[in-house]
Design a protein around this ligand. Sequence first.
Ligand SMILES: [Zn+2]
Length: 390
Amino acid sequence: MKLFGLLALLLVASAFADDSSSSEEENEGLPLAEACDQEACSLPDCRCSSTNIPGGLNPRDVPQFVTVTFDDGVNVNNIITYRNILYNRLNSNGCPAGVTFFVSHEYTNYALINELYNQGFEIALHSISHRTPQTYWFEATKEVIKEEIADQKAQMAHFANIPPSAIKGVRMPFLQLAGNASFEIMSEYGLEYDCTWPTIAHTNPGLWPYTLDYASTQDCIIPPCPSASIPGVWVKPMVAWSDLNGVPCSMVDACFFIPDRENEEEWYKFILSNFERHYLGNRAPFGFYVHEAFLAANPAVNRALVRFMDLVNNLNDAFMVNAHEVVDWVKNPKPLNEYRSQGCRSFTPSICNPNNCGPLFSTHNQLAYYMQVCSACPSNYPWVGNPLGQ
Ligand SMILES: [Zn+2]
């Protein structure tokens, strides 16, 4: 069933790809991206889409980055898992392990966002509304993305009391790209990288992050993908896993042919088999992309993930990092020895004196919401078009 779904998706994908490549007006005056010029496109600001290791390093000299990410709202329930399995982890070089949260606004507790930030984790954007249907995102114009993503940056900084400059990453809801629109908004509002775009064609060797100065050679799994030249914006590809039958999956909780959900040992082996494709290959960053609900519902999977993170934290050449640290490294690729001793990322802790707000009236669905914030309470429930709830 899922396999047929995937095949249908691929057919739809190719149909859309044919459709969009022919129409120039969709670029709205932006220059169409040209084939990448390896001479003109060089680090730190430009990189062609490629499975080549940045800096031409030998795989054994490359730090194997592991990016664990969680999507959607942060609340009093899922914070329990985050505290249990993520806090106080160190990599083998003594630096705190990183995790990235792609946060959507609805029902998010901003005092808890502040807590995650103060643990040294990365807070990234996943839209204000996260609304259905998925076609809303497929069709989203620049104006819509501005209100959902750029405004969310200001909203997050305001309510969680964290610096806007610390917010660098974007993942679109349902992994649904909107052509050039989201990347243009990222460029205009100082967002550094996108981690929405899956690849199933470049998994072994894996695709490394690259910029959109030139045309991407990445397969477009969930079109529309960008077609314009948008200099300096980074794509961190979601390199697909391979499930037990070899079917690709971008999110761990979306894999279909999986081990028994109660079998920790088999899950640990499943995670390792995917990790090894990267670690024993070109060391492209390895992603563990999941929703907390999947771990909460499957304690054996949760235990397997903890074992995997413990393993990574004990490897001398693998590092659990915030996703934006991968982009930092690609911009300036240092050999493993140099990376290990370069010192840890730093950030300025930010206090939160939590306010409990509500009931707050919502104009979009007439519901009453409650929210905890590090700012003064808003007058209305913040939403698309009124991100600060004024
Ligand atoms: Zn989501």
